[in-house]
Design a protein around this ligand. Structure first.
Ligand SMILES: NC(=O)C1=CN([C@@H]2O[C@H](COP(=O)(O)OP(=O)(O)OC[C@H]3O[C@@H](n4cnc5c(N)ncnc54)[C@H](OP(=O)(O)O)[C@@H]3O)[C@@H](O)[C@H]2O)C=CC1
Ligand SMILES: O=C(O)C1=N[C@H](C(=O)O)C[C@H](O)C1
Length: 230
């Protein structure tokens, strides 16, 4: 993602202050930047947040595979700086997520929700952050929480599907930039809503749009929905 962002910045005549790829110290980078953009790894998040808070620099977080502990760290940072977190910074997935919440709300639990995702062979987290965000949107649409409805244990459990649950299928291979399908299935019919990323440029462009939008905002937590006014 570092390379995709560097290319997208150059296309828009914006300046890349540096990056962890270049061995830059996060605090020095935060001090000389208008906004930080973090697409790295969960283990790097704490240091990047500390740097952003110390320099009072807003931060966009695209890293996935985060735990509840990471979410608490983000909540704390958002007390003093503007933080935008998005498991997927593409405009298409942002809209898809809103549509899924609406579809799940309008169709009752006779409609089973399942999430299928495909990513390149280098991806380390599964299900993808986007798959989890789509499931959370469907759960929200039905006034349920993600921990309540998500099922990750199908291979260990010989029992029929629980009504209202949400299951995941994660495929890994080749160079796929990221496909997500939300399946809504009931007796006799199915709806499949799919987003396909044709390259990583869409995530980079979305992250830059988010960064430009965030740069002068007050402390708090923001999402791609806020950027698009959804
Ligand atoms: N929100 C979104 O739209 C998207 C999110 N992502 C997420 O972004 C993250 C990064 O993805 P991707 O670019 O493919 O991953 P890569 O592994 O290609 O790149 C990760 C980068 O982070 C650096 N890094 C890793 N660990 C540390 C650390 N402890 N301290 C400092 N730097 C570190 C790596 O440096 P080095 O090589 O030196 O280890 C590398 O430059 C993933 O979580 C992915 O799921 C990806 C695409 C879109
Ligand atoms: O690692 C990736 O490549 C991607 N990660 C994000 C995720 O986990 O959902 C976003 C996108 O799908 C690409």
């Amino acid at each position: 993602m570092g390379q995709a962002i560097a290319h997208a910045l150059a296309d828009q005549n914006l300046v890349l202050a540096g990056g962890s790829d270049a061995g830059d110290d996060p605090l020095e980078l935060a001090k000389k930047s208008d906004v930080l953009v973090d697409f790295s790894a969960p283990v790097a998040l704490g240091g990047n947040l500390d740097a952003a808070v110390a320099a009072k620099t807003p931060i966009v977080i695209g890293t996935t595979g985060l735990t509840e502990e990471h979410q608490s760290m983000i909540d704390e940072a958002a007390q003093s700086i503007a933080v935008l977190q998005a498991a997927n910074t593409s405009l298409g997935v942002t809209l898809l997520t809103a549509l899924v919440e609406q579809a799940a709300a309008r169709l009752d639990e006779d409609w089973d929700v399942e999430i299928l995702e495909l990513h390149h062979r280098h991806k380390v987290d599964a299900p993808s952050g986007t798959a989890l965000a789509l499931a959370a949107a469907a759960a929200r649409g039905r006034a349920r929480s993600l921990p309540e409805v998500s099922r990750f244990d199908r291979f260990e459990n010989d029992s029929p599907r629980d009504r209202g649950s949400i299951g995941f299928a994660s495929l890994r291979g080749g160079s796929a930039a990221g496909d997500h399908t939300v399946l809504l299935a009931t007796e006799g019919e199915r709806i499949e809503i799919t987003h396909r990323a044709e390259s990583r440029d869409i995530f980079a462009r979305g992250a830059i749009k988010a960064a430009l939008w965030l740069v002068r905002l007050s402390p708090g937590r923001y999402t791609m929905n806020d950027v698009l006014g959804l």
